[in-house]
Design a protein around this ligand. Structure first.
Ligand code: AMP
Ligand code: MG
Length: 337
């Protein structure tokens, strides 16, 4: 059904010129289907900016998608030249920084595992323990080194999957374009990643909803300005076989969907790439290690929804978060330095 809606929206955006999708009160809005998700853009001020935003989405998708056989990443994975475009090599270099920082909770060489579970093609299956053990030998970000435009493989079998970070980087790119053209107010929903540029046109903060992982509504609302809000959760992509649900965020140490006691992690911060890397990594690491990361680096804020129905908030979000729907009355713990 979700796929059907997405296809309908994709057709709609094809049929309507993107700048014509909607406009009111000096705002432009557009919906496109890209990177396997529905994206919504609302921009105040610059009527002509939408095609440039869409072109940026398409360019990054064509260059970085692991499922597009012609992308730089797919060609590299297939044993192609180690030399990549400066943008791609630089992105991998920065992603590797987060792999190191999180001690491999984020691991961009997780590609063979993601494929084995069928998340790449949507032909879902449960690999055997033996198969996973074999694949785990191929997964280790330390086998990758980025040196200028060369991204070297320590092992011939290393493959890259940037699915955990690409929308974060996309958000950063789009913000740069908007700022360069003088836009001061925009809300970009990249599917799980929201970018809130400036504040609403009336000067009040943007209101960004956090999805209830159990479905059927929201868990909370964040009032924010000038940040990315990025959520990772097992509810976002999964399949059920023989009564067991398997989701798409994998533990690089076991090869299985991670069970860290969290239902979702929402990371808020100025740098979309950092937020995307850390939302995935925190989901893998679990609450305690995520708190350690927050205390050590203090470069993001986060909302953690636990499997026991509790909410943990880092101190910087204490005033901007409100529980809603099924989470009204849930126990809220504020994490302090
Ligand atoms: P996100 O929704 O940003 O948390 O990213 C999830 C996507 O990243 C998955 O669909 C996989 O393509 C990939 N992935 C899954 N587990 C990991 C991991 N531990 N480290 C890096 N990427 C992962
Ligand atoms: Mg992520």
């Amino acid at each position: 059904m979700r796929r059907c809606i997405a296809i309908c929206l994709a057709l709609l955006s094809f049929l309507l010129p993107i700048t014509g999708c909607g406009s009111k009160k000096n705002s432009q809005s557009a919906t496109i289907f890209a990177m396997d998700t529905v994206m919504d853009f609302t921009v105040y001020g610059d009527a002509g900016i939408m095609p440039q935003l869409e072109a940026t989405v398409r360019e990054m998708e064509a260059r970085l998608s692991v499922t597009n056989a012609e992308s730089e990443i797919a060609v590299w994975n297939g044993g192609g030249s180690e030399n990549l475009s400066p943008d791609t090599a630089d992105l991998i270099d920065r992603a590797l920084g987060y792999c190191r920082r999180t001690d491999g909770a984020l691991d961009i060489t997780v590609c063979p595992l993601v494929r084995a579970w069928g998340f790449t093609t949507k032909n879902y299956r449960v690999p055997t323990a033996d198969e996973l053990a074999g694949l785990l030998e191929k997964v280790n970000y330390r086998n990758l080194t980025a040196d200028g435009t060369a991204v070297r493989r320590g092992s011939a079998e290393t493959e890259i999957d940037l699915g955990a970070i690409v929308k974060g980087e996309l958000g950063n790119r789009l913000v740069k374009i908007l700022r360069a053209s003088g836009v001061q107010s925009a809300l970009l929903n990249l599917g799980g990643n929201v970018v809130a540029l400036g504040s609403r046109p009336d000067g009040t903060p943007w209101r960004v909803a956090i999805t209830d992982p159990a479905g059927g509504g929201y868990a909370g609302i964040l009032q924010v300005t000038d940040v990315s809000v990025v959520t990772s959760g097992g509810y976002e992509r999964n399949f059920t076989q023989n009564g067991v649900t398997y989701h798409h965020i994998l533990d690089p140490k076991t090869g299985f969907p991670v069970e860290s006691g969290l239902l979702s992690v929402t990371v808020v911060g100025a740098d979309g790439l950092l937020c995307d890397a850390m939302s995935t990594a925190c989901f893998v690491m679990g609450l305690e290690k995520s708190i350690e990361q927050w205390k050590t680096y203090r470069d993001f804020e986060a909302v953690f929804l636990t499997g026991t129905g509790e909410i943990y908030l880092t101190a910087g979000l204490e005033k901007s978060f409100t529980a809603v729907d099924g989470y009204v009355g849930a126990k809220v713990t504020v994490i302090r330095a």
